[in-house]
Design a protein around this ligand. Structure first.
Ligand SMILES: *Cc1c(COP(=O)(O)O)cnc(C)c1O
Length: 297
């Protein structure tokens, strides 16, 4: 247990390295990530993210990271060397603009990891905890990661992260290998336990799947009614992205003025991450207001 998503990824990276070194006796330490990813803002997580705009001014970053374009299995295959320890992916890239990676590509990544005897890691920090309509995003495609990182929704707004690994990979840590003072503190742990209990009790994954499908349908219909305004509606469950054809800034600002807090990714994609408990009527209200705003912009 830790305090943030970045730290949860650091734990994943540290465990991958130590598992390879200590358990497998291999000098494999490199982590491969995908273009468009986001893994956090600590130095290691920044190196994993590999985005110049975020690391500008903070160099040197730790070594041992390599990035390949997403959705290109051959590029990944070519990047794997004896120094490779793991591949780290987001099943649905969040900060990258809500980009769901295709199921066949993800299965290809996992198969390649097995073939090359390296670890397959999923960053569930944004997509985890029922957001995509499954408890974990990797369950959308029946993937079997060796470890996952989580945070954001875990303690429902209190700072908490965690890293979960298979028994095999967990052999890489012994007591004392990795820790943090506030990790697993009593207050955040109690809140997290109750949060997860409520997620399961109230079937929030199924709820996210149903409400997300409903909203996506409305947004796609809106795209048809307003040709030239919406390029694409992407995402799964209540993790949706609306890529606009033009500048998204005025649309985003007007939505904010009207009470809707979206996120604008790359200046063109509105990212929607509503509460999993949101009422359908509020989603319908958003779709109505978005139509008005798009017609005026
Ligand atoms: C937000 C996010 C992080 C970083 O989490 P922090 O709690 O901000 O450190 C890592 N990975 C993904 C996919 C995220 O969305």
């Amino acid at each position: 247990f830790c305090n943030s998503g970045a730290e949860a990824n650091e734990a994943c990276i540290k465990l991958a390295r130590r598992y390879m070194r200590v358990v497998r006796q291999r000098d494999a330490y490199e982590i491969i990530t995908l273009g468009g990813c986001f893994h956090g803002r600590t130095l290691g997580a920044l190196a994993a993210t590999g985005r110049e705009s975020l690391s500008n001014g903070f160099t040197p970053l730790p070594e041992g990271f390599r990035q390949v374009p997403a959705k290109d299995l051959e590029a990944l295959r070519a990047a794997i060397t004896p120094a490779t320890a793991a591949v780290l992916v987001e099943v649905v890239q969040g900060e990258g603009g809500v980009v769901p990676l295709p199921a066949d590509y993800l299965h290809g990544v996992q198969a390649l990891c097995r073939e090359k005897d390296i670890l397959f890691l999923c960053d569930e920090v944004q997509a985890g905890f029922c957001r995509t309509g499954k408890f974990w995003a990797f369950q959308l495609y029946d993937l079997e990661p060796d470890a996952i990182s989580m945070a954001k929704s875990l303690a429902n707004g209190l700072p908490m992260g965690a890293m979960l690994a298979t028994d095999e990979m967990a052999r890489g840590f012994e007591a004392g290998s990795h820790a943090t003072t506030f990790g697993g503190g009593a207050l955040t742990s109690a809140v997290a336990a109750k949060t997860v209990e409520i997620m399961l009790r109230d079937h929030l994954a199924q709820r996210a799947a149903a409400l997300g499908a409903h909203l996506k349908e409305q947004l796609q219909a809106l795209g048809q009614r307003l040709p030239g305004k919406i390029r694409e509606v992407r995402g799964v469950g209540l993790m949706l992205g609306i890529e606009l054809s033009g500048d998204g800034q005025p649309v985003w600002e007007e939505l904010l003025r009207r009470g809707y807090i979206c996120n604008l990714s790359h200046g063109v994609t509105l990212r929607l991450l509503p509460p999993l408990t949101i009422d359908e009527a509020d989603l319908d209200g958003f779709a109505r207001v978005l139509e008005e705003v798009l017609r005026a912009n």
